[in-house]
Ligand binder design. Structure first.
Ligand code: SAM
Length: 213
């Protein structure tokens, strides 16, 4: 999903630097300094327009949340929600999630969320999928031993690719649903913008996977 750059986005980001980090590498190992409390960190890569991460941060004040988004206008739309919610446990990062192992120390993170990631259906673009082995290498480095990758999508092809990739990587599965919204796991589900839009058209798939038991 490419969103055309909007002229207001740059200024809005500059005016709200208290909620958006532009030098994530400099905070490696020191993320607590960006938050009110030193507590577990959960990261969403490809956070889109921010509904999920804002709701998660509201529901879980005991966790610090970071939303990473590569597109400037998209993160500016999310930032509007972040600014309005005034949460002390939520920060945004405008960058490519591919650099995640340069933003965090080894085993600094407590969870990574991937929600409705771009499917990149062509085989030659498979490396760009956020569940491809190179991304898994980085996730394994920055996640704590018992910390999960939590992935939701409406795209069956991407889901199957991801399950196979996780399995070949030797990951362990905790939860796996082929129809999240009609399952017992839906009770505490927080919807993303994409999920809201696409769940009427077909099932939502979800997996929670770990690198170590
Ligand atoms: N998670 C949101 C949702 O469910 O509503 C947005 C889903 S949208 C299909 C995928 C988002 O991931 C886009 O906003 C895109 O810009 C972002 N994205 C894709 N690759 C990324 C990357 N390597 N790093 C950060 N964001 C990325």
């Amino acid at each position: 999903m490419r969103v055309r750059n909007k002229p207001w986005a740059n200024d809005f980001i500059k005016d709200h630097s208290e909620y958006i980090v532009d030098n994530p590498e400099e905070l490696k190992g020191q993320w607590a300094t960006r938050f009110e409390k030193d507590q577990p960190i959960h990261v969403e890569i490809g956070t889109g327009k921010g509904q999920f991460i804002v709701e998660m941060a509201k529901e879980h004040p005991e966790i610090n949340f970071l939303g990473i988004e590569i597109q400037q206008t998209v993160i500016a739309i999310a930032l509007k929600k972040v600014v309005a919610s005034e949460l002390p446990n939520l920060q945004m990062v405008h960058t490519d999630g591919a650099g995640i192992d340069t933003f965090f120390d080894e085993h600094e993170l407590d969870a990574i969320y991937l929600n409705f990631s771009d499917p990149w259906p062509k085989k030659r673009h498979a490396k760009r999928r956020l569940t491809s082995p190179k991304f898994l290498d980085s996730y394994k480095t920055v996640l704590k031993k018992d910390a999960p990758v939590i992935f939701k999508t409406d795209n069956r092809g991407l889901f199957e690719y991801s399950i196979i990739t996780f399995n070949n990587y030797g990951m362990y599965f905790d939860l796996l649903s082929l129809d999240l919204h009609n399952s017992e796991y839906n009770d505490d589900n927080i919807e993303t913008e994409y999920e809201h839009k696409f769940s009427a058209k077909g099932p939502i798939y979800k997996v929670v996977a770990y690198f170590d038991k």
